[in-house]
Ligand binder design. Structure first.
Ligand SMILES: C[S@@+](CC[C@H](N)C(=O)[O-])C[C@H]1O[C@@H](n2cnc3c(N)ncnc32)[C@H](O)[C@@H]1O
Length: 247
């Protein structure tokens, strides 16, 4: 990430005006990784008729990649930043790309009917809620409330059997307590991608929670353990020192 677009402190990422300012000058940035790095995990979940919601699209090209993969059931991208939304609309219009609906919306108050989407995807967006979470083993109540609100909204707008994909560097021991809260009916699986530094690719399928509600890792690749403390992560600016392998 270019230094001139990073906020002074990690909690700056929680300020909507930060994102408006950033998207006003930044053309394109993919948090974590672009589609090519996790295509092998996402493509098997896609089919032409799917209706897809991307939460917190920023200036990512993921929505267009879904179209290129043959999704014709409708792609809706939302972001809290009107600047990001307008710039994405402009870009799509310039390209002559149709089939992606870009909407200003708050992921904590999703403006969609229940059971509207087959697939909901977020990449790096839920992580924003964790930037001031305090102790990652015992996040502060505001973080817990907001993450829960986000997940409740996503669970609600998913169709029965629909999937939520969360792409994050949040490790399972920090995410499972949220994903596996009793109010949710989804199963929880995950995989990893990336070289050296691994990102997590969670798949939650609505209505498929097992009675034991035991989530599990789909495969067991040799993942080097990285247990960064929150302070260390924050000092890297945003919990994410993203694109670590490019630093
Ligand atoms: C870390 S960026 C990720 C952007 C994009 N998903 C990517 O992979 O490049 C987080 C995005 O979430 C958006 N965002 C933050 N809070 C939001 C909220 N409450 N509702 C919707 N979007 C939000 C920001 O505007 C920003 O575009």
């Amino acid at each position: 990430m270019a230094d001139d677009v990073a906020p002074c402190t990690a909690s700056g990422y929680l300020d909507p005006s930060y994102w408006d300012g950033r998207f006003g000058k930044e053309e394109h940035y993919e948090w974590f990784k672009d589609f090519s790095h996790f295509r092998h995990l996402l493509a098997p979940l896609l089919s032409p008729s799917l209706s897809v919601l991307e939460v917190g699209c920023g200036n990512s090209r993921l929505g267009e990649e879904l179209l290129r993969e043959g999704v014709t059931g409708g792609v809706t991208c939302i972001d809290l930043s009107p600047v990001a939304v307008q710039r994405m609309r402009d870009r799509l219009a310039e390209q002559g790309t149709s089939g992606v609906d870009v909407v200003v919306a708050d992921m904590l108050d999703l403006p969609f009917e229940s059971e509207s989407f087959d697939l909901v995807i977020e990449k790096g967006t839920m992580d924003v809620l964790f930037v001031d979470s305090g102790d990652p083993w015992n996040p502060n109540p505001t973080t817990v409330d907001n993450v829960t609100k986000m997940l409740e909204g996503i669970h609600k707008v998913l169709k029965p059997g629909g999937k939520f994909v969360s792409i994050t560097f949040g490790q399972p021991h920090f995410r499972r307590r949220f994903f596996e809260a009793p109010e949710f009916t989804w199963s929880v699986e995950w995989n990893t991608f990336g070289d050296g530094f691994h990102y997590f690719f969670y798949i939650l399928q609505k209505g498929k929670r097992s009675p034991e509600s035991n989530s599990h890792q789909v495969t067991l690749p040799a993942v080097p353990s990285f247990n960064m403390l929150h302070e260390e992560l924050e000092s890297e600016d945003y919990i994410f020192c993203t694109n670590v392998d490019e630093l």
